[in-house]
Each structure stands twice: as structure tokens, then as C-alpha cells.
Design a protein around this ligand. Structure first.
Ligand code: PEP
Ligand code: MN
Length: 346
């Protein structure tokens, strides 16, 4: 961290900055310049309270040189994190993982049918929310715990792994009992008590980017989970709010290589919420795999026209089959392959 002093700042003001830095337990290095003096704060472990320095007399600005997050950064751990799931499925290890299923778990028939259909097309993980964070309190809120039981049935019927959302700290324990991956939704990316609970849940966590979150904020939220001892975190780009309403969100493809550069954690892409438009899901899934995503999460419903949530962005099962055929080719072009369940596929 660099504290830049105002032009002509008094010697005493510089000394005051040095004293505060030392008082906080760090070392200070005075760097005199032709125009103005700067003071370097050495030993920043990510916990420095910049506001203590910003308000001091003579200080012009505080520049953050080192990253605010630590354990999620590439500097901390240069090699990629590989999240190992039951059945030998890995996320972040080079294979591209397909997670697919309806937005919400609705009925046993719906979720088991969806599971069979996405498995047939090559998905290895079934998605479907039992607890739904909906923008309106008057829309379908999910089946709750009975929905988790239906996911367990679909898992038993197909062998697919399960990824489903937890909305609060109580829910994390229930979800962690039946899911292979605990999903934390965009609306909860900065729910810090939930992040901490997920950090102690004992299952891999899929953390979705907040609706208006910067990549730095996404990484800081992941840091909360790692700081509790859970290293199995998968990030998910799902689009951010934009000035253009022609798509539901602005799907930020750049986040994929940027996160790979800044962090060792795997990142997958959700082109369903990213675009909100069924027709745009296949091209954006292809683009995400081409950009190096470690997986894709896609909403697929046996009967999208009657879905209780997100029908307009849910693929028909045949479309998902086409998507899988196309992304398989793209994965190969990028030197990877689509993950497969043991005993399934070629
Ligand atoms: C979901 O995956 O069903 C969901 C609610 O997504 P998001 O949190 O990205 O809006
Ligand atoms: Mn949805």
C-alpha cells in the first residue's frame, strides 16, 4: 500500500503517517519524490484499515498495491485448484464439466425426467433449486426440504451428482446433507454469515457472481469461504446488471480468463442467467468453453413452457443435446474434454 502525500505536505504530516503505520504494526518507508512524497506500507497482510490513513492531514490518496484478497490469489497458490467430487468428477482439473437441469425442483416426475434427459446428453451434475431466491415474494419459492428429497431420488435413479442452492445458514446444513455441491446464489454473494456457514459445511461450494459485483468482490466473497477452511470453491460467472435490457444480464465472458489469471480457483459459466434468453444460451455456452471455463451450468426443463421459474431461458432437452455436441468439439479444440461419469459415454 502506498500513501501519497499532497504537494508541499509538511514534514510533521509525513511523520504522522509513518507513526500511524507503525502503530498498526507495519513498517513504513518514506519515498521522497520530485513533486510529492509517498510513504510505503510494508507487510500488508490484507487486513490494513486504509481509512485510518486516508483521513490524515496531508494525505492525498491511498493506493492499494497488493490485492485485498489473499488465499484465493495465484500469488498464494500458483497451481490450479482441482475440486474433487464423488465418482472421480473433477472441476478445475482440465475437463469441462456440464451441470444441467431445471431452475427449480417442481415434482418427482419433473426432476427425474430432467435428470434422465440431461444425463443422456452428457451432463454429469444435476442442478435444480429447492430453495429459490426469487425477486418477487409472490412467485414460486421452491419446495424447500421436500425438494431436496426429490433431488436425492433423481441422484439415486441416474447416478448424477447434485448441485443445489442454500439460501441461509440453516439451509446450508440441510443442503450439505444431500448435495454434492452447495450453490450460493448471486443475490447472496455478499451474505457474509452465509459465506462463513458455507465455509464450514464440509462440501464444495459453487459461488455465483453478484448481480452488480466486481470481480474483486467475487474473489473477496470466495476468500470468506476459504478463510473458514473450505478450499473447495468453484466460482460462477452468471452475468451482471447492465444499462442494456435487451438481455436479462450482461454475460461477462472476460471474467473467465481474468479470474484464471488472478486466482487458482476454477470458474464455470452460467449462460442461462447470463442472457435470460433461450436462443442465446448455446452460442454463449460455446463462447464460455472457448474462453477456458472449467464448466457450464445450463437450465434445461422437460417442458419449459410450463416451468414454474425461468421457463423462457430454459432449453428444451433436444437443444441441450445440441449444446453438448457443440461444446464437446470446442473443448477438444482447447485441448480439453467434457467430463464423463464413470461407465457412461464413449
Ligand atoms: C439459479 O441458479 O437458479 C439462480 C437463482 O441463479 P442466480 O443466483 O445466478 O440468479
Ligand atoms: Mn433460474
Amino acid at each position: 500500500m502506498l500513501i501519497v502525500m499532497r504537494h508541499g505536505a509538511a514534514q510533521e504530516e509525513v511523520q504522522r503517517v509513518v507513526d500511524v503505520i507503525k502503530d498498526m504494526g507495519y513498517q513504513a518507508q518514506i519515498m521522497p519524490g520530485a513533486q510529492r512524497t509517498a510513504v510505503g506500507l510494508v507487510g500488508n497482510d490484507g487486513r490494513v484499515d486504509a481509512s485510518r490513513l486516508e483521513g490524515l492531514p496531508g494525505v492525498q490518496e491511498v493506493i492499494h498495491v497488493s490485492k485485498p484478497y489473499k488465499q484465493v490469489s495465484r500469488e498464494w497458490k500458483p497451481e490450479d485448484t482441482v475440486v474433487r467430487l464423488p465418482g472421480g468428477i473433477c472441476i478445475g482439473g482440465g475437463d469441462v464439466v456440464a451441470i444441467a437441469g431445471p431452475c427449480s425442483v417442481e415434482t418427482e416426475q419433473q426432476i427425474v425426467t430432467a435428470a434422465r434427459q440431461v444425463k443422456e446428453a452428457g451432463a454429469v451434475i444435476l442442478r435444480g433449486g429447492a430453495f429459490k431466491p426469487r425477486s418477487s415474494p409472490y412467485t414460486f419459492q421452491g419446495l424447500g426440504r421436500p425438494g431436496l428429497a426429490l433431488l436425492a431420488t433423481a441422484r439415486a435413479e441416474t447416478g448424477l451428482l447434485i448441485c443445489t442452492e442454500a439460501m441461509d445458514a440453516d439451509g446450508v446444513a440441510w443442503v450439505a446433507e444431500s448435495a454434492d455441491i452447495v450453490q450460493l446464489g448471486a443475490r447472496n454473494m455478499q451474505n457474509y454469515s452465509l459465506l462463513k456457514a458455507a465455509g464450514r459445511c464440509g462440501k464444495p461450494v459453487l459461488l455465483k457472481r453478484g448481480i452488480a459485483a466486481t470481480i474483486t468482490e467475487l474473489l473477496l466473497s470466495a476468500e470468506y469461504i476459504l478463510a473458514e477452511g473450505n478450499r473447495d470453491v468453484i466460482l460462477c460467472e452468471r452475468g451482471v446488471r447492465s444499462f442494456d435490457t435487451i438481455t436479462r444480464n450482461l454475460f461477462d465472458l472476460t471474467a473467465i480468463p481474468v479470474v484464471h489469471k488472478l486466482s487458482h480457483l476454477p470458474i464455470i459459466a452460467d449462460p442461462s442467467h447470463g442472457t435470460g434468453l433461450r436462443d442465446q444460451v448455446i452460442p454463449m455456452a460455446r463462447a464460455a468453453v472457448a474462453a477456458g471455463a472449467d464448466g457450464i451450468m445450463v437450465e434445461v426443463h422437460p417442458d419449459p413452457d410450463h416451468a414454474l421459474s425461468d421457463g423462457a431461458q430454459s432449453l428444451y432437452p433436444a437443444q441441450f443435446g445440441q449444446l453438448m455436441r457443440e461444446v464437446r468439439v470446442i473443448a477438444e479444440v482447447t485441448g480439453r474434454r467434457m467430463a464423463e461419469l464413470a461407465g457412461v459415454g464413449a
